[in-house]
Design a protein around this ligand. Sequence first.
Ligand code: NAI
Ligand code: COI
Ligand code: MG
Length: 347
Amino acid sequence: MLVALLPGDGIGPEIITQARRVLDALAIEGLVYEEALVGGVAYKAVGHPLPPATLDLARRADAILFGAVGDPDCDALERHLRPEQAILGLRKELGLFANLRPAKMFAELADASTLRPEVASAIDLMIIRELNGDVYFGEKAMRTTADGQREGYDIMSYNEGEVRRIAHVAFRTAQARRGRLCSVDKANVLETSQLWRDVMIETAADYPDVVLSHMYVDNAAMQLVRNPGQFDVIVTGNLFGDILSDQASMCVGSIGLLASAALDGAGKGLYEPIHGSAPDIAGQGKANPLATVLSAAMMLRYSLGLPDQADRIEAAVARALAGGARGADLGGTMSTAQIGDAVVAAL
Ligand SMILES: NC(=O)C1=CN([C@@H]2O[C@H](COP(=O)(O)OP(=O)(O)OC[C@H]3O[C@@H](n4cnc5c(N)ncnc54)[C@H](O)[C@@H]3O)[C@@H](O)[C@H]2O)C=CC1
Ligand SMILES: CC(C)CC(=O)C(=O)O
Ligand SMILES: [Mg+2]
């Protein structure tokens, strides 16, 4: 089994190092790794954020473990050369349309959430975010209007096939959990969302055991901090899912805790923390590696057929947290490597 390691920019290499240590400690037979450049480091080395050799490795691999991309030095580049295009390109080129972003409260961290412990302790939800469409992939440009103003535009669209395939993933996920699916959209304003809602309702007919509800995204943002325990599975589009998942991460204590899987529906997956390259803390040993460690666990479960090993990692993370393994993001003093040590020791 081949795992592509793509550390990327900023804290990416620091957090991938810790995830790799945890994987190595499991001594899984037949697991091999190949590393490649991605993001700003790739642009600086070879002139493109997603070089052909990296895409080729990603295609050959059984799974991809990804750190993060993004570098302030690259923010003025033409858009197609910016580091972020690498992760967008991987998701699109590999057809990774289903983004699973679980947010569950570790009991030991109830005091770390900015929500009251009795509100935060009820969080156990899964955000299913569509990852190949929406405004991120629509036509976009800057132009000059007739009266000489600069104007930027980005087309938001979904076709029904794109909505239906993510709907099936979401309904099946809800079936395997507590049977409740909340579809989040903005159907009161957007045609894209009206189609989204219509297709969700049509697809519900195949899943009579799942209770489907709908919520506008502005209300969903509010409900996530008012009463996050009401949610089981949330399904939403690319843009709304991006925003709501960062919000959900803080409800459980830190963005440094939330893992994700981006799946193609046929076993292949890219696994990454939901956060970015955090240039403000890069190179200082302050990054929480747990989101990446937990992403490695998702990789073992969803792409490599090793659910017992995934359970082991998740249990070790819970034990490490119970033992006080906290970095600055959780009010502690441990470094990135010390948190890695604590997880390895708890395996
Ligand atoms: N999938 C990816 O590679 C993503 C890349 N980005 C890129 O990352 C760069 C920075 O973006 P931001 O908006 O600042 O988002 P960010 O997620 O990198 O950071 C937001 C805040 O959370 C903190 N943070 C993030 N991860 C952390 C961790 N593991 N431990 C402790 N604290 C952590 C950061 O220090 C920062 O204060 C940008 O270039 C952006 O485009 C952003 C999101 C996803
Ligand atoms: C292109 C990315 C930077 C998008 C993002 O923030 C994410 O996938 O969480
Ligand atoms: Mg994001």
